[in-house]
Design a protein around this ligand. Structure first.
Ligand code: CA
Length: 230
């Protein structure tokens, strides 16, 4: 089955670069130059991954990413955000809105290909397993659902991948760079602080069900998923 990638970008030279990168990987490209057309495509077409520019006519990319995350049908779509902004707080805002990864302009087709590959591999890896139990937490790999004592916890795509990875190795401590390699994929060019952003989001989601203590920081070493609450 062909992989279909939606690119939302208004600058034609960047769109050409994206097209080049995607077609060289034998993926199919759906493109939109504004958020309205993008949203329309998302309602009617099946899409495996989206690349969304930050600055777009008709509403920002950030708003589009939020909208994608808030709709059941598209909530788990892997998303790469493209941005000309290099400030850490801007990048964090993109990830907070629900993007799984970000790429700063200018970027090469090769870099984009590596990001897409890593993101698609992550979403496919998780289609093969069944379920994992860690303490009160149950992770339904096929259904992409996390429950704590039967209550569902809403997690984004990357948060789900991260917690599922940690749940496969309960109690084991992983450094930020190990997590980037294992969850985001080798050859990614992401800063280690990205891991912290996603960990915070997982804890925030686990807090209402009283399970945030399961995801523990090991000072100077990294993170681990504990089998029992402290
Ligand atoms: Ca733009």
């Amino acid at each position: 089955m062909t992989t279909r990638i939606l690119a939302v970008e208004d600058e034609s030279h960047i769109r050409d670069l994206i097209r080049f990168a995607i077609e060289r990987e034998d993926h199919e490209l759906l493109d939109a130059s504004n958020t309205i057309d993008a949203w329309r495509l998302l309602q009617t077409e099946s899409v495996d991954c989206a690349i969304v520019d930050w600055m777009l006519p008709g509403g920002s990319g950030i708003e589009l990413v939020r909208k994608i995350r808030n709709e059941d049908r598209t909530a788990r779509l892997p998303i790469i955000m493209i941005t000309a902004r290099t400030e850490q707080r801007d990048i964090a805002a993109g990830l907070d809105a629900g993007a799984d990864d970000y790429l700063t302009k200018p970027f090469s087709p090769r870099e984009l290909q590596a990001r897409i590959r890593a993101l698609l591999r992550r979403s496919r890896d998780f289609d093969r397993d069944e379920g994992l139990d860690v303490g009160p937490m149950h992770i339904d790999i096929t259904g992409h659902r996390v429950t704590v004592d039967g209550v569902e916890v809403a997690l984004g795509h990357t948060e789900f991948s991260l917690i599922a990875f940690l749940a496969r190795h309960p109690q084991r401590v992983f450094s930020r760079s190990q997590l980037l390699d294992q969850v985001w994929g080798h050859n990614t060019f992401i800063e280690e602080r990205t891991v912290d952003v996603h960990v915070l989001r997982i804890r925030k989601a686990l807090k209402p069900v009283g399970a945030d203590g399961l995801l523990q920081t090991v000072r100077g070493a990294g993170y681990r998923l504990a089998e029992a609450l402290p």
